[in-house]
Design a protein around this ligand. Structure first.
Ligand code: GLU
Length: 300
């Protein structure tokens, strides 16, 4: 059977329970997949052991289930994907796209300038050809621009060298970076569409550069605007980081829908009814791109 034309995913980092911010991302990617008749996959981004909270992955899956999300099995765990990341890194090395870097965080902070997302690596180790064992592995960013049409943000263009710069693929302690893992895994899972928060918009050019270097298929992106409170301010970490109530899904589902600009009607009695309504309402939402928006206060 031919693979579906649409494959979306939700890729939480299991550093704690599912919180409101991730519910919004999960809901948007799920609704977009369902509304396109596609599949929705879940991936645990547990690539960085110190960030993982014991038991959090299972709790997130359990909460998603209680909230009525249905995903295509199996769930992917980045902690089990070391061999794939190692192979991708070896391929990039073969292509001459990787070099070892021994710069400390302190050296970087002192010498690097700010780019679109954090510091742009100033290139101290780029031409040194180090073969030091305890070193990070850095991607040699090719010259050029990443240009993509984001379904929500519109056309995004980024100069790879001046705005992003060379970035880490594997840390000196052996941990693979989010950028490498997510790129390899989106391809492995056959993801065609990524819907996620705009806080990751600045990561996308790096992932596109990696896809191109590794000859992986392009992905379509939609980056959700950051939700604002009634004063037009970004929601505080406190608000977004509050764990959602696993035992009572409907209120949080409705509030998350409001954040996405949907207007849940009064009288939705349970998650099943909610999802039936939301999948039908979603296409008109994504078709109205906005740059920043205020969550509509929800009374029901
Ligand atoms: N693991 C990331 C997070 O929890 C999301 C990564 C992605 O969607 O690409 O913020």
């Amino acid at each position: 059977m031919a693979p579906p034309l649409y494959r979306g995913r939700f890729a939480p980092t299991p550093s704690g329970p599912l919180h409101f911010g991730s519910l919004v991302a999960a809901m948007a990617s799920y609704l977009d997949a369902c509304a396109h008749g596609g599949e929705w996959l879940v991936r645990m981004e547990d690539v960085d052991p110190p960030r993982v909270a014991p038991g959090a992955a299972d709790r997130i899956l359990h909460t998603l289930e209680l909230y009525g999300f249905q995903w295509h099995s199996p769930v992917m765990y980045q902690s089990r994907r070391g061999a794939a990341y190692c192979a991708a890194l070896a391929e990039l090395q073969r292509l001459g796209q990787v070099y070892r870097c021994i710069c400390s965080r302190k050296t970087l902070t002192e010498n690097a300038r700010r780019g679109v997302d954090g510091l742009v690596y100033p290139g101290a180790c780029r031409a040194l050809n180090l073969d030091t064992k305890h070193a990070g592995m850095r991607f040699r960013m090719p010259a050029g621009r990443a240009i993509f049409d984001d379904a929500i943000q519109g056309r995004v263009a980024c100069d790879l060298v001046t705005e992003c710069g060379d970035f880490i693929l594997q840390r000196a302690d052996g941990v693979y970076s989010y950028q490498l893992a997510v790129t390899v895994d989106d391809a492995e899972q056959g993801i065609s569409h990524v819907v996620r928060g705009a806080d990751l918009l600045t990561s996308t050019p790096r992932q596109i550069a990696l896809q191109q270097a590794l000859g992986l298929p392009a992905v379509r992106y939609a980056h959700l605007p950051v939700a604002l409170d009634e004063h037009g301010d970004k929601l505080s970490k406190q608000t977004l980081a509050t764990a959602i109530d696993a035992a009572d899904p409907l209120p949080a589902l409705k509030i998350a829908a409001c954040f996405l600009g949907l207007m849940p009607p009064a009288g939705l009695a349970n998650p099943d009814e909610f999802w039936r309504w939301a999948v039908a309402a979603w296409p008109s939402r994504i078709a109205r791109p906005v740059r920043g928006y205020r969550p509509t206060p929800c009374n029901s």
